[in-house]
Design a protein. Structure first.
Length: 262
């Protein structure tokens, strides 16, 4: 049976074994539905009995999917979180069959709150078990949707799994469309963990990047920089500040005054 297979595969001899087993046991009905769905999805195993065999095959699949959607819609918070873990544990990442449940898991995560750090750690550890390129990226995106809902303590608890996912992302051939956004989200999560570890007294206060910009400071700078030196005054070629009168007539008077003084 699929349930026994998933329970056996979920035993990793780590601190998350009990979390995986509890999730599978809480949604045993979901495992049975997935097993039926997989059996009905094997067209090569369907006996060809008449021209309407394919229609009956499609109708059976649609009926199971409708029952699955209805049961998931009626799940509460705790059962919905267990269902997400079950979907990830039941997904095939090892090339024995592409059984993916991205649509179901994304729909559940979008409306589920109250994730625990252990549940998110199970998700992150699962998606980093196999190098499946595009499938790894899509499943990691689902896991990060839950990780971003954790508080500061929860993110700190899953930091080892976040770092492992970041390392796997660098080493996995994931397309640029997925790699860039995923790397950005992982860095943001890890930076939030690192900032939480910095003691408050070690963060220096911000210093202004330039001189003060208040009006008194600007007037002070003007007083100190006026009048200009003789070399700068000659380079002005007769220009005078507006406080002494500006315009072409003032420049002409200045040129005549300089010419007579030489």
């Amino acid at each position: 049976m699929l349930y026994d297979t998933l329970v056996a595969e979920s035993r990793k001899n780590d601190s998350l074994d009990d979390v995986r087993s509890a999730a599978l046991g809480r949604v045993r009905w979901l495992v049975d539905l997935l097993e039926r769905h997989r059996a009905e999805s094997r067209w090569d195993a369907v006996p060809l009995a008449g021209e309407d065999a394919y229609e009956r095959y499609q109708a059976a699949r649609a009926a199971t999917q409708a029952e699955l959607d209805g049961r998931l819609a009626a799940c509460g918070e705790e059962e919905s979180r267990a269902a997400v873990l079950c979907f990830l544990l039941a997904a095939r990442f090892d090339r024995t069959g592409f059984w993916q449940y991205d649509t179901e898991t994304e729909a559940l995560i979008s409306r589920v709150r109250g994730w625990t750090s252990d549940e998110v750690a199970v998700m992150l550890s699962r998606v980093t078990e196999y190098d499946m390129r595009h499938w790894f990226g899509e499943s990691l995106k689902t896991a990060l949707n839950a990780a971003e809902r954790l508080d500061a303590d929860g993110r700190r608890a899953v930091a080892p799994w976040l770092r492992r996912a970041h390392a796997e992302l660098r080493n996995t051939d994931v397309g640029a469309r997925l790699r860039g956004p995923l790397a950005k989200r992982l860095r943001a999560l890890l930076e939030s963990v690192d900032e939480a570890h910095i003691p408050e007294g070690l963060i220096p206060p911000r210093t202004p990047r330039g001189p003060p910009r208040c009006a008194s400071a600007r007037r002070h700078r003007r007083r100190r920089s006026w009048p200009p030196s003789s070399g700068i005054w000659r380079a002005c070629r007769g220009r005078v500040p507006r406080s002494g009168g500006g315009g072409r007539a003032a420049r002409s008077r200045t040129r005549r005054r300089w010419a007579t003084s030489r």
